[in-house]
Design a protein around this ligand. Structure first.
Ligand code: XUL
Length: 519
């Protein structure tokens, strides 16, 4: 039996998905929600409260504990982890972990103490900035100025100096906490931290997620001297060289063999960012298929046939784990904004879908929302600023159905406007993520994009991507065979566009862009 485990350490949860490449089946799919299972970290949505809305950090020990819980859950559910031949996975992109000593000095963990207690003394910084952080305007400007301007940074690294990216975050840490910076021997992304735990050795950052740091030179796949220097002194010493996404970074540490029954020698393949991993999980690593991921953030991405950058400066280029590059537009008001509306109006997700499909019409009777409940990445909105335009009841927050449609229409229109640079016309779009089975969302996406929207049977494509990458690296399986088995879209659930809605959404796009230009 050939089992492969995919892990996804994301903003609000850590998921594990186990596949069997002999039977072509998903054997197990478990998730640990941080807010529910680890309330002691006081991070109901996965990040620590902070009076400054621009600062979004998480406790990395929460991720360590979640890893232990998910493995224990799998065992309790009767899964034999001894059958696992390879593990890979993904992390929320851009988040960084700071260590006072290299993981290479760990060797193995002591089986007599929980892992998080052993990791705690290694941290040189108690919290990790994550992708939702927008506190680095000054540092982005400094990096751009040092390298020769925004365009230069984008040409080297695929993205302009970007608030949430790891380089600007590192620079801010170096400037604001010089003593802790001095104590820092090694810096990891979430996606290299988790495999470092699994191996008890320092795992390399991969080219997929490494491209989300404003430090990698895309043309060579090496750290850029100019960007390293512009970011912080001696930064090169704190980063291992980046590696291709298919690299084996080590073997499972004895700790996990003893505690969870893994087989000694189980291979750990380098992890990547959640979006690059989803590209694989969706079977979309060849150019021509666009993906919308509906998670804590919403993202629109596609494998790139030729390299280009976003002329508006919001979008990014990351490494495609199957080789080459992918383009991505990220919207921070994804599920956080949808959850806000559902909570305010006491709507279940079924109510939410019914409000859109049965109770309201395309264009929402002219009711329009700028859905910025948290600071927005695309377009850049630095302070939360939801704005309601339309009927009195809607503006007064008394029309639940119109509010549900408004948030989803606004998100879809914004995604369409701001992803026009990433590829040719999208005729078919694959969707993934927690909300990807919601018929209300699928209907609006189909009409706004005038494209067929196709969900995947597995909603956690990022963890699935991890399992597929492990299978590809260990067994040498071809991507297309793996996709045909594990990533077939649910054609029966496909939603086709209604062409009669096109003029309504053209008008909504104009209104939305006009209101947006006023804030
Ligand atoms: C992508 C981004 C988010 C995180 C969410 O650039 O910032 O999608 O990866 O996990």
């Amino acid at each position: 039996m050939a089992h492969f485990l995919g892990l996804d350490s994301s903003t609000q949860s850590l998921s594990a998905l186990l596949i069997d490449t002999d039977t072509g089946k998903v054997v197990a799919d478990r998730s640990v929600n941080f807010g529910e299972r680890l309330p002691q970290y006081k991070s109901p949505k996965g990040f620590l409260p902070n009076p400054d809305a621009a600062i979004k950090h998480s406790d990395p020990l929460m991720w360590v504990e979640a890893l232990e819980i998910v493995l224990a859950d799998l065992r309790k559910a009767g899964v034999d982890l001894g059958k696992v031949r390879g593990i890979s996975g993904a992390g929320q992109q851009h988040g960084s972990v700071y260590l006072a000593k290299s993981m290479d000095q760990v060797g193995d963990w002591s089986p007599s103490a929980p892992l998080h207690e052993q990791v705690r003394p290694l941290l040189s910084r108690p919290s990790s900035p994550i992708w939702m952080d927008s506190s680095t305007s000054e540092e982005c400007a400094e990096i751009a100025a040092a390298v020769g301007g925004d365009e230069k940074v984008a040409t080297i690294s695929g993205s302009r100096a970007t608030l949430r990216f790891t380089g600007p975050q590192i620079r801010r840490f170096y400037k604001t906490s010089p003593a802790e910076w001095q104590r820092t021997a090694e810096i990891h992304l979430v996606s290299s931290f988790i495999p470092s735990l699994l191996t008890g050795k320092s795992a390399n950052i991969d080219l997929g997620d490494g491209a989300g740091m404003n430090l990698l030179e895309l043309a060579t796949g090496k750290w850029s001297d100019a960007l390293l220097e512009a970011t912080a002194p001696s930064l090169r010493d704190k980063l291992k060289p980046p590696v291709a996404c298919t690299t084996q970074v080590g073997q499972i540490a004895g700790y996990f063999v003893k505690r969870y029954g893994f087989t000694p020698g189980t291979k750990i393949i380098t992890f990547t960012g959640d979006n690059p991993s989803s590209l694989i999980g969706m079977g979309a690593s060849e150019p021509g298929t666009a993906v919308i991921s509906l998670g804590t953030s919403d993202t629109v991405f596609t494998a790139m046939a030729s390299q280009r950058t976003d002329p508006r400066g919001y979008g990014s280029v990351f490494g495609n784990p199957a080789g080459g590059f992918m383009s991505l537009a990220c919207f921070s008001n994804g599920s956080l904004a949808r959850e806000e509306i559902a909570k305010r109006f006491h709507l279940t997700w079924d109510d939410f879908a019914a409000a859109i499909v049965d109770k309201t019409k395309p264009g929402n009777g002219g009711n329009l929302l700028l859905p910025y409940f948290v600071p927005e990445i695309t377009p850049r909105v630095l302070k939360a600023a939801p704005r309601w335009f339309g009927s009195d009841a809607f503006v007064a927050g008394k029309d639940a159905a119109a509010a549900a449609r408004a948030v989803v229409e606004a998100q879809a229109i914004s995604m369409r406007i701001h992803s026009d640079w990433i590829g040719e016309k999208m005729h078919t779009i694959l969707v993934t993520g927690g909300a990807s089975k919601n018929r209300g969302l699928l209907r609006v996406l189909a009409d706004v994009f005038q494209a067929t929207i196709m969900p995947l049977s597995v909603s956690n494509s990022s963890a699935l991507g991890g399992a597929l990458r492990a299978a590809q690296a260990v067994e040498g399986r071809a991507w297309q065979d793996l996709y045909a088995t594990f990533s077939p879209p649910e054609r029966a659930l496909a939603v086709t566009p209604d062409p009669s809605t096109r003029p309504t959404y053209e008008e909504l796009a104009r209104n939305f862009a006009q209101q947006l230009s006023q804030i």
